[in-house]
Design a protein around this ligand. Structure first.
Ligand code: PLP
Ligand code: TYF
Length: 400
């Protein structure tokens, strides 16, 4: 009876790692998935995570089920980290926070909520965006459309196009925004641009839906990276924010994150939360505890919190160094023919190189550099030592 099942296509991002593993070359480089590596290109477990895990062992914590909404201590600190502990939305108890299965699971929960309570609404997604966004809304049966975001001519933001498309969308649409370090382009609006986007969204009665997967990773500052979200929250708007600790705490496989819904009253927040729990219950019953305890321990303890910030600066700093070195090597090898400075202007884990599919194929087939076919490379998986090799591969592929 399963004979009729067809083969699913590989995931365009996670499939790159599979292809990388199958390559036997010793110069191969995996710049596909956005996962932080050390200068030795090894995965990194943060010291604060190890310390938090030791604390958990010492305390002899048990493995009982969590409530459907997750660990109370986690939900408290995660919302405070995002909005700021003194923010009116926190002080007034207007945020419904539910721990979920990292960023992806939190987005999926919100998508199910939208499908149930706003069946006629569309979600607007940036073009391009993280590939899984469309899958998530498709599977939740939420219709979506795209808004212009990336301008290939400037390798920058198509701000006018973005505003036009948000303006043209039906009133009351959900506008999916990357809180910081836009994936895949590495291009974020400036604070002035964010304010204009907020004006327009407010005017159009749209509902902002932030995806925050890189808080602290873009600039190295947790507060600065949350400023887009805080700009919108301070205007009294209702909004969604999905959070992930995969990158900033390196908890990729622990699946820890949250969905936050800012409501207009504490009462509405309580009702929204009850409905999110109702959606979670038949999907996965309740979330895992391990990552939630790590976050609660790290964010909730002043010493560990400070140490975390230092480790995050270290990670963000290493990526910035690699960015600079890659830019230098490219400019040098290219005899300053092309202006590569867009690489320095992009932020976060990725660089969007502008290489097309054929050029990206050349990177992989000839140079054993594994990357997604949209021309995105993960600088988090690059070392200073490999920048020169990568620059050579990019120049060769670019002028093909
Ligand atoms: N959203 C964006 C933009 C991402 O880049 C990612 C990947 O880190 C996620 C969401 C969710 O990842 P995770 O489900 O591991 O938290
Ligand atoms: O864009 C990336 O590389 C990260 C990691 O299904 C990721 O966001 C990629 C694909 C996926 C889940 C996470």
């Amino acid at each position: 009876r399963f004979e009729g099942v067809s083969m699913a296509p590989p995931d365009p991002i996670l499939g790159v790692s599979e292809a990388f593993r199958a390559d036997t070359s010793d110069v191969k480089l995996n710049l596909g998935v956005g996962a932080y590596r050390t200068e030795e290109l090894q995965p990194y477990v943060l010291n604060v995570v190890k310390k938090a895990e030791n604390l958990m062992l010492e305390r002899g914590e048990n493995k009982e089920y969590l409530p459907i909404e997750g660990l109370a201590a986690f939900n408290k600190v995660t919302a405070e980290l995002l909005f700021g502990a003194d923010s009116p939305v926190i002080q007034q108890g207007r945020v419904a926070t539910v721990q979920s299965l990292s960023g992806t699971g939190s987005l999926r929960l919100a998508a199910a909520f939208i499908q149930r309570y706003f069946p006629d609404a569309k979600v607007l997604i940036s073009s391009p965006s993280w590939g899984n966004h469309k899958n998530i809304f498709n599977d939740a049966r939420v219709p979506w459309a795209e808004y212009r975001y990336y301008d290939p001519r400037t390798v920058g933001l198509d701000f006018e196009g973005m505003l036009e498309d948000i303006e043209a969308a039906q009133d009351g649409s959900f506008i999916l925004l990357h809180g910081c370090a836009h994936n895949p382009t590495g291009i974020d609006p400036t604070p002035e641009q964010w304010a204009k986007i907020a004006d327009l969204i407010e005017e159009k009665n749209h509902i902002p839906f932030f995806d925050v997967a890189y808080q602290g990773f873009a600039s190295g500052s947790l507060d600065a990276d949350a400023s887009s979200v805080r700009t919108f929250a301070s205007r009294g708007l209702e909004l969604f924010v999905a959070q992930s600790y995969s990158k900033n705490l390196g908890l990729y496989s622990e699946r820890i994150g949250a969905i936050n819904v800012v409501c207009s009253s504490p009462d509405a927040a309580a009702r929204v939360k009850s409905q999110l729990k109702r959606i979670a219950r038949p999907m996965y019953s309740n979330p895992p505890v391990h990552g939630a305890r790590i976050v609660a321990n790290v964010v909730g303890d002043p010493n560990l919190f400070n140490e975390w910030k230092q480790e995050m600066e270290l990670m963000a700093g290493r990526i910035k160094n690699v960015r600079k070195r890659l830019f230098d090597n490219l400019s040098e090898k290219d005899n300053n023919e092309k202006d590569w400075s867009f690489i320095l202007r992009q932020i976060g884990m990725f660089s969007y190189t502008g290489l097309n599919k054929a050029q990206s194929d050349n990177m992989t087939d000839k140079w054993h550099v594994y990357m997604t076919k949209d021309g995105r490379i993960s600088l988090a998986g690059l070392s200073l030592a490999k920048c020169e090799y990568l620059a050579q591969a990019i120049i060769d592929s670019f002028y093909k």
